[in-house]
Design a protein around this ligand. Structure first.
Ligand code: SF4
Length: 316
């Protein structure tokens, strides 16, 4: 039987970013150094496959420090934690390793710097996301106001409109965030805005690659977990850029082949926490059904690597 031909645009960059790669290495090195189990507060990165693999190696995932025993090490996830968490770990004398992405830590430091000169912060982010909770938790209650939409900007009450600064979650939609920041500038003309919003290089690059392929394709598949902010943004960016059929899939098994039909061109990408092995799985699933021509669309080259904390580089 001849298979229908399919042009498959593969976005590049896609998948693991430097912060995710580092966080996974930290858990693996902690297990190597201290043996299993190593506790991890929250999913180290938002990907079920990654979490399952680490669980099989000896990681135990918990939501709160209260769920960790005193005699085992604990790793904090890549999303960052409120200040109270490492303080509590210190108080309990827990061995703790912080896998917060350095680009999230940079936002924490920015927030602290503004706070030290009396500025109130407005954070653009998603309520309840661990990164937002961690960043807001760097400062006392009331010092950071969260806005999620342009409509929120009109609703907030600030202490002093001349003493404000903006910070953002690192994994937001570049375009939506620009709209919210513009609304903040209109309402608070003196607000301090960072030269480049805090959206990280990996989020920006993955969205740019999706924008480049979206107009060419009938369907876009984004590998990622439903709780992965940057993966979900890739779906939205794909739709906004003209590909109505943009789907988040965790594995090849999630693809609805009947709904897809026989398109002539599709796109594939992966969120920053989705491993390449899952992309390969999806490509194989397409190859089994179509005569596939792969076209890699590379919009940026990434060569960033973050070092793991010193404590892990020294033998126990
Ligand atoms: S998506 Fe960006 S901020 Fe998040 S871990 Fe990756 S590099 Fe760091």
């Amino acid at each position: 039987m001849t298979r229908p031909s399919l042009h498959l645009y593969l976005a590049a960059p896609r998948g693991f970013c430097a912060g995710v790669d580092r966080a996974i290495r930290i858990v693996e090195m902690a297990i190597e150094k201290w043996g299993a189990p190593v506790y991890v507060r929250h999913e180290i990165v938002h990907n079920k496959y990654v979490v399952d693999e680490l669980r099989a190696k000896g990681a135990v995932f918990v939501e709160e420090l209260d769920d960790c025993p005193d005699d085992r090490p604990v790793v904090f996830s890549a999303h960052g934690v409120p200040k109270a968490v490492p303080a509590e770990a210190e108080r309990r004398n827990l061995i703790h390793v912080d896998a917060t992405c350095p680009l999230v830590t940079k936002v924490h430091n920015e927030a602290a710097r503004h706070n030290s000169v009396g500025r109130q912060l407005i954070m653009v982010g998603h309520a309840g996301h661990p990164e937002t909770l961690g960043t807001m938790g760097q400062l006392p209650e009331g010092e950071v106001i969260l806005v999620e939409t342009e409509a929120d900007v009109a609703r907030i009450t600030v202490r002093d409109p001349s003493q404000l600064a903006v910070i953002t979650q690192t994994t937001l939609s570049v375009d939506d965030t620009a709209g919210i920041v513009a609304a903040l500038r209109r309402r608070f003309p003196e607000i301090m805005v960072p030269a480049h919003e805090d959206i990280c290089y990996a989020t920006t690059n993955r969205q740019a690659a999706v924008k480049a392929i979206a107009p060419k394709i009938a369907a876009l598949f984004v590998l990622g977990s439903p709780n992965s902010s940057n993966s979900r943004r890739l779906v939205e960016v794909g739709r906004a850029a003209g590909c109505d059929y943009a789907q988040l899939v965790q594995r090849a098994a999630d693809i609805d082949w009947r709904a897809l039909g026989t398109p002539s061109a599709i796109g594939v990408t992966a969120g920053a926490s989705a491993p390449e092995v899952l992309v390969e799985e999806v490509l194989d699933a397409f190859r089994a059904r179509f005569d596939v021509t792969v076209d890699i669309v590379e919009t940026a080259v990434e060569d960033i690597e973050f070092k793991v904390p010193r404590a892990l580089r020294i033998p126990a």
